[in-house]
Write a protein that binds this ligand. Structure first.
Ligand code: NAD
Ligand code: UGA
Length: 458
């Protein structure tokens, strides 16, 4: 069967897999291939047990896989046979050399550009899907055109705004799709090709275009603004605890102002995920590079408050549990960085588990989807750690439960039964404010939410 377009995506991760599955699902006339250097990941994409947990993803993949959606390790063939190449490789924070701990590590990106140059035999549109520092498109264009082999590469920026746990919904009905291009006739022609792809299922007013540098920067700024809201409310949660105010009541009153809006104002044990911290640090690095010290310091504060919130949560546990956690069993309810995903990258639960082990506590971890990743994250940690899928079994014999992830199942457990099985006095630290605190208190727990006065029997 011949297809109208041949689309390739390099990088079969949390972004590449779901975004390409959605394009294939919505556009049966296009052939979509996703390649990766990791054969295990590709084998999982080709199996019944997909490498990532994401509600609705299985159905979308199963509907298109083998028809117009293919997962493969054949990077070279993939490049040769496609006219449009999305690049969705990882861009973690650099851990070495100049900019270590701040700048984006572009080695995977650079390698991909060189592979595209090496294997291309015809003109291509290259789409930056990964999140990148401003001016990366220019660097990519320079690498691609350095062979001077007469092949034209048009580089577009098309950052991805999906959130994990709601990826399918976000891809199906996004707030906006952003496409940045150079303003040359070739750049604009390439931009229109990408607009046409998205127009298969997204209304035209939701597809916005811009110059390429604005597009690259918009992605970093969008994540910085979202994270800033969480740090803002988390900073206020500390004040609420001192001032006997309730952070949820404050957030509701503030968020009802339509200029502020009510989303992303849930105080928590801190934000996690692979991107917020990395993208803010990337922004900070860029500002320092351009000698904008005050701007860099301002945004770095968002990460600073997040670190403060994570540490504050542990210090509060220590404080109310009589200043020692040594030899006490503490159960972490949830290890994923948010609900409805198995992803644990930068999860506040990693920090909490390590800090509790430092305090010589014995840590029991439970999570419906993230236990495998939790074991990997903590494999080098020496201390008493155990992993138990059933939350009743996990909390039995523990002195405290700390809710780390807002999984809906934790709100519906039989807490009378849990209380009976725990060591006394029993504590609950609700790092997500998802439980019924009054009811828990009546059962006998000492309850410590985020940003509200604690309920204690002492
Ligand atoms: P990921 O680590 O899950 O996936 C990246 C994949 O790229 C890996 O499977 C890796 O093996 C593969 N890869 C690396 N180099 C390669 C090469 N040369 N050839 C082929 N494959 C290669 O990362 P992710 O979470 O999908 O993120 C990818 C990018 O998207 C990042 O820049 C991230 O900031 C951005 N982003 C992520 C999310 C998210 O929710 N995770 C959302 C929006 C944007
Ligand atoms: C985030 C953005 O929401 C996406 O738009 C973006 O595409 C993505 O980063 C990315 O670039 O990777 P994601 O990290 O998957 O998505 O999930 P979010 O829903 O943003 O949650 C991030 C963290 O903030 C989680 O730990 C979550 O629990 C926490 N959070 C969120 C709060 O603590 N309070 C809130 O009110 C909202």
């Amino acid at each position: 069967m011949s297809f109208e377009k041949n689309i390739l995506c390099i990088g079969a991760g949390y972004v590449g897999g779901p975004t390409m599955a959605m394009i294939a699902y919505k556009c049966p006339r296009y052939r979509v291939t996703v390649v990766d250097i990791d054969p295990e990941r590709i084998a999982q994409w080709n199996s019944d047990d997909l490498p990532i947990y994401e509600p609705g993803l299985d159905e979308v993949v199963k509907a298109a896989r083998g028809k117009n959606l293919f997962f493969s390790t054949e990077v070279e063939t993939g490049i040769r046979e496609s006219e449009i190449i999305f690049v969705s490789v990882n861009t973690p924070t650099k851990t070495f050399g100049a900019g270590a701990g701040m700048a984006a590590d572009l080695q995977y990106w650079d390698k991909t550009a060189r592979q595209i140059r090496k294997y291309s035999k015809s003109n291509k549109i290259i789409v930056e899907k990964s999140t990148l520092p401003v001016k990366t498109a220019q660097a990519m264009e320079r690498i691609l055109t350095s062979a001077d082999n007469g092949i034209r590469f048009d580089v577009l920026s098309n950052p991805e705004f999906l959130a994990e746990g709601t990826a399918i919904r976000d891809l199906e009905d996004p707030d906006r799709v952003l496409i940045g291009s150079t303003q040359t006739p070739n750049g604009l022609r390439a931009r229109d090709v990408l607009v046409e792809i998205y127009s298969n299922w997204i209304r035209s007013e939701r597809i916005i275009t811009s110059n390429i540098w604005s597009s690259e920067l918009s992605k970093l700024v969008a994540n910085a603004f979202l994270a800033q809201r969480i740090s803002s409310i988390n900073s206020i949660s500390a004040l609420c605890e001192k001032a006997d105010a309730d952070v949820e009541e404050v957030a509701r009153a503030v968020g009802m102002d339509s200029r502020v809006g009510n989303k992303f104002l849930n105080a928590s044990v801190g934000f996690g995920g692979s991107c917020f911290k990395k993208d803010i640090l990337n922004l900070v690095y860029l500002c320092r590079y351009y000698d904008l010290k005050e701007v860099a310091d301002y945004w770095e504060g968002v990460v600073g408050i997040n670190d403060y919130q994570k540490e504050r949560f542990i210090l509060n546990m220590l404080n109310v549990m009589f200043n020692t956690l040594a030899n006490k069993r503490i159960c972490l309810f949830g290890f994923a960085f948010k609900a409805d995903t198995g992803d644990t990258r930068e999860s506040p639960a990693i920090f909490a588990a390590k800090r509790l082990i430092e305090e010589r506590a014995s840590v029991v971890i439970t999570d419906p989807k993230a236990l495998k990743n939790a074991m990997k994250d903590l494999r080098d940690v020496a201390g008493e750690l155990s992993y138990v899928e059933d939350p009743y079994e996990a909390s039995a014999g523990c002195s405290a439960i700390a809710v780390m992830t807002e999984w809906a199942i934790y709100a519906d457990l039989d807490y009378k039964k849990i209380y009976r099985s725990m060591a006394k006095p029993a504590f609950i630290f609700d790092g997500r404010n998802i439980l019924d605190h009054e009811k828990l208190f009546e059962i006998g727990f000492n309850v410590f939410p985020i940003g509200k006065p604690g309920l204690t029997h002492f």
